[in-house]
Design a protein around this ligand. Structure first.
Ligand code: PMP
Length: 331
């Protein structure tokens, strides 16, 4: 018998996939951790479960309680489904700029969804602050606080990192990962470095994020913008503090899209924007290391969540971005 016990037990133990096109292009082995295969559809199922279990253990989340969180969408989806499985309600605050697919998914799952205008973190109207205030006002509420609650990265240190090491047979030269909260990157980095400090950890940063400057110059500084969702960060979150990161790379939307479209055509993988940033960074690190090396990264979520953006010819044209070759024909 091989039976997982409900939604919660179906989280994690995702496949580690050798990516064919990226490996052939670089002469290296590029490995993608298939987090889009989690039952809620993204890497954030792991953070959701870790945050909820931590809230329960600390007595902050009790029967009949409500989970409250500010999220780009995926954490909200994970929290809502974990909440459904455990009998909690969920109140989710999300910037209105995020994809329609994620809003629809949250409503479909039963979240109480509150959309707010996109505002910088220093503005009191920013979705993270709105979610904290709503939690303070709601009786029985638990504010998950994914950015600064280190239960998030601890979940990845205990599960994602060791899974990658075991699946790769303990042999890995480098790991690349983009950052939203930093939970995935920091947690996996801590696990990899504890196993072998020589494994190179590289932060993959989209334009518009301040973390490339944080790693290379010492202070976060953002420039430009990106259509990717769920990643990019202007400050050093508690989850990022002290994380063993060796270097950072900036990846443009055009580079990420090129990788995504090639993954569709050559690997049969339809993935979200952050996975494109991650694999593009893995390929750049692999080229720098030279043929024969092994680089792992995270395939955070699937492309269906961004059909109206990353895989929509009108949206891409409006943003002066490249179209998938199979859509460009005849346009
Ligand atoms: N990719 C996607 C699609 C996400 O939704 C998120 C989470 N916001 C991330 C990457 C970043 O993960 P983390 O919060 O662990 O840094």
């Amino acid at each position: 018998m091989d039976i997982r016990d409900g939604f919660l037990s179906a989280i994690g133990d995702t496949p580690l996939i050798r990516l064919s096109w990226p490996s052939a292009e670089t002469g290296c082995t590029i490995l993608g951790k298939a987090e889009f295969l989690n039952p809620g559809g993204s890497v954030k199922d792991r953070a959701a479960l870790a945050l909820v279990r931590d809230g329960e253990a600390r007595g902050l989340l009790t029967p009949g309680g409500t989970i409250v969180e500010g999220t780009a969408g995926n954490t909200g989806i994970g929290l809502t489904l974990v909440g459904n499985a455990l009998g909690y309600r969920t109140l989710i605050v999300m910037p209105e700029t995020q994809s329609q697919e994620k809003k629809d998914t949250l409503r479909m799952c039963g979240a109480d969804l509150r959309l707010v205008p996109a505002k910088p973190f220093k503005d009191p109207g920013n979705y993270v602050h709105v979610s904290r205030r709503l939690a303070e006002e709601t009786p029985g509420a638990f504010w998950a606080n994914q950015f600064d609650n280190v239960a998030n990265r601890e979940g990845h240190r205990r599960t994602t990192g060791p899974e990658i090491l075991r699946q790769a047979g303990g042999r890995l030269d480098a790991f690349t990962c983009a950052v939203g909260t930093g939970g995935t990157l920091a947690g996996v980095a801590l696990a990899l470095k504890a196993h072998d400090p020589a494994i190179r950890v590289v932060l993959a940063d989209p334009h518009g994020s301040g973390l490339h400057a944080w790693i290379t110059e010492g202070t976060p500084r953002a420039e430009g913008s990106s259509i990717t969702e769920g990643i990019g960060q202007g400050r050093v979150t508690a989850n990022l503090e002290g994380a063993p990161i060796d270097d950072a790379l900036r990846i443009s939307d055009a580079q990420a899209l090129d990788v995504l479209f090639n993954l569709v055509m050559h690997d049969g993988l339809v993935l979200g924007g952050s996975a494109g940033i991650n694999v593009a960074a893995a390929m750049r690190v692999a080229r720098a290391l030279g043929p024969g090396h092994t680089v792992a990264t995270i395939l955070c979520d699937g492309g269906a969540r961004y059909q109206s953006k990353l895989y929509n010819a009108t949206f891409l044209k409006n943003h002066d971005l490249p179209l998938p070759p199979w859509m460009a024909a005849g346009t």
